[in-house]
Design a protein around this ligand. Structure first.
Ligand code: FEO
Length: 392
């Protein structure tokens, strides 16, 4: 796609991966993704900020050639994960005078992951600066975005924050800057849910730190560049807050219709009580959609059939995923059915170790749900409605 100009002597040289459909063998990418890399041409030194996934390195090198970059002084690595660092060894071969600029932890990761030699690094510390002649870079350590070594690079003269994965979105576009904020809102929220949500506390500190810097442009490593940073900063403040919405998610699996009947009944009851409900049949659900709704749902009700004496394996996965993402839900419950015996509730509880909210009385039916089970579901719906009233 070539390079694109952000501001004077600052260029986008990243790559769009239009066809990629899975990340980390886990995260669905319905819109592909991009690996964003940037060139800053100072009057004395030229810098590349981050690289790309190894399969896309030729496209990055082509962009550098088209831009006329015949000498690189520095390669800044804000994050050691291979979708941004994997291309660095080849860039070092093509530009042998370049040194990799990063913090000590990221350096050790790059040495372990990519076998980059110790002498190829220039170590920086928090708030240290790098002068490029007429431009100045400041490094801001920002651990746990979403690895422990992550950092930001701030270009002082142009007020550009190169934020690594933070504020990113898995999407592709030939348009450099965000234009359709509604579209980016969903992509960025989904990305936050899948990648950043477990690290809310750390991100809160990083957002506070950024208050000390005037940021006119945010350039993340995935998705489009923000020339209106307020848009994404406001969303992040909301997503990392403790506020939850009057919303119930029901991830479920139903093998022979009993659980489905219970889920439909509970959905209807909650809807009548003016609660937003989203059932997710985990046989067909895009887990990114589910994760995105976990960002602000007040309650999660897990629904499962019993296989042997435990939950359906797909619900073990859903519960594990939910636990790993550490959503801020305040209430949870379990509904389901069994034929001859079930340890489902205890097995699911054992997985949800990170859940610190209130577990509401589970509803488990023997076989197809009967009148007493529907009555218990009525009670569960009423309890949820009462608990949600207190949220307001
Ligand atoms: Fe986009 Fe954590 O790498």
């Amino acid at each position: 796609m070539g390079f694109q100009k952000i501001k004077n002597d600052v260029y986008y040289v990243g790559v769009q991966d239009w066809d990629r459909r899975t990340f980390d063998e886990l995260i669905p990418l319905p819109d592909g993704t991009s690996y964003n890399a940037y060139i800053i041409r100072g009057s004395e030194k030229t810098v590349l900020i981050d690289a790309v996934d190894p399969p896309k390195i030729e496209e990055l090198l082509t962009n550098l050639r088209k831009l006329g970059i015949d000498k690189l002084d520095y390669i800044i690595s804000n994050h050691a994960e291979q979708d941004h660092s994997g291309g660095i060894p080849i860039i070092l071969e093509m530009y042998p005078d370049a040194v990799v600029v990063t913090n000590p932890k990221c350096k050790s990761f790059l040495m372990d992951l990519l076998n980059i030699a110790d002498e190829k690094f220039l170590e920086i510390t928090h708030e240290s600066t790098l002068y490029l002649g007429n431009k100045t870079l400041k490094f801001l350590l920002a651990a746990w975005v979403h690895w422990p070594e992550t950092m930001f690079t701030y270009l002082e003269e142009d007020k550009i924050l190169f934020s690594g994965d933070l504020f990113g979105s898995h999407m592709t576009s030939s348009e450099l800057f965000v234009q359709d904020e509604a579209k980016v809102y969903f992509a960025a929220k989904r990305y936050f849910a899948e990648i950043m949500m477990p690290f809310r506390t750390n991100i809160r500190k990083h957002l506070d730190m950024l208050n000390n810097y005037q940021v006119e442009t945010i350039a993340p490593t995935h998705g489009q560049v923000y020339d209106n940073p307020e848009f994404i900063l406001e969303q992040y403040h909301e997503w990392i807050s403790d506020t939850v919405e009057n919303k119930v998610l029901i991830p479920y699996i139903s093998m022979h219709g009993s659980v489905e009947k219970m889920v439909n009944y509970l959905t209807e009851k909650l809807t009548e009580l003016d609660i937003t409900v989203i059932p997710f049949n985990m046989s067909v659900t895009d887990i990114g959609e589910f994760a995105m709704e976990l960002v602000d749902a007040a309650t999660v009700v897990i629904g499962s059939s019993t296989v042997h004496v435990g939950p359906h394996p797909k619900m073990m996965y859903a519960a594990y995923l939910t636990n790993m993402l550490r959503p801020k839900a305040k209430f949870a419950s379990i509904i389901g059915s069994f034929g001859w015996g079930s340890r489902m509730v205890n097995m699911l509880k054992d997985i949800l170790t990170n859940f610190k909210g209130e577990l509401l009385e589970p509803v488990i039916s023997k076989g197809f749900p009967k009148e007493s089970d529907f009555k218990a579901l009525d009670e569960l719906a009423n309890t949820i409605a009462m608990k949600h009233k207190d949220l307001k």
